[in-house]
Design a protein around this ligand. Structure first.
Ligand SMILES: [Zn+2]
Length: 125
């Protein structure tokens, strides 16, 4: 796990949003709405599983920001994610604590090595 070229490219600052969207395939849709999506996706090359999370976040000054995350997970975690009571809460915790690929609203795609505590509010507001 975690040897995926997408992760390596994100660490090197060489991953684009288009490239990762083409490089993974959706295995399962867990949550689907206009403002919040959770999917299970896999790297087409190595089979690494990720939780894909999309959230539209409206800031206090009514700006709409679009956040996207790909969190590497183990196959055995899929059932836990599927069965979560609150997917907003689960995704908030995961982006807070777990290393992941983040597509920030500013367009930048990067590896959040220790999670991204600032992104917690995106799911909790
Ligand atoms: Zn891969």
């Amino acid at each position: 796990m975690m040897n995926c070229h997408l992760i390596e490219q994100a660490k090197a600052g060489q991953l684009t949003a288009d490239a990762i969207q083409e490089a993974v395939e959706r295995v399962e849709s867990v949550v689907e709405s206009n403002t919040f999506d959770v999917d299970i996706v896999k790297c087409r090359t190595c089979g690494q599983t990720f939780v894909y999370g999309f959230k539209q976040y409206t800031s206090p000054d009514w700006e709409d920001d679009y956040w996207t995350f790909w969190i590497p997970i183990g196959e055995q975690e899929v059932a836990t994610i599927r069965e979560a009571k609150s997917h907003l809460e689960l995704m908030g915790e995961m982006v807070h604590e777990r290393p992941h690929i983040c597509w920030h609203p500013d367009g930048h795609v990067f590896w959040a090595k220790q999670g991204l505590p600032v992104a917690f509010i995106v799911f909790m507001s």
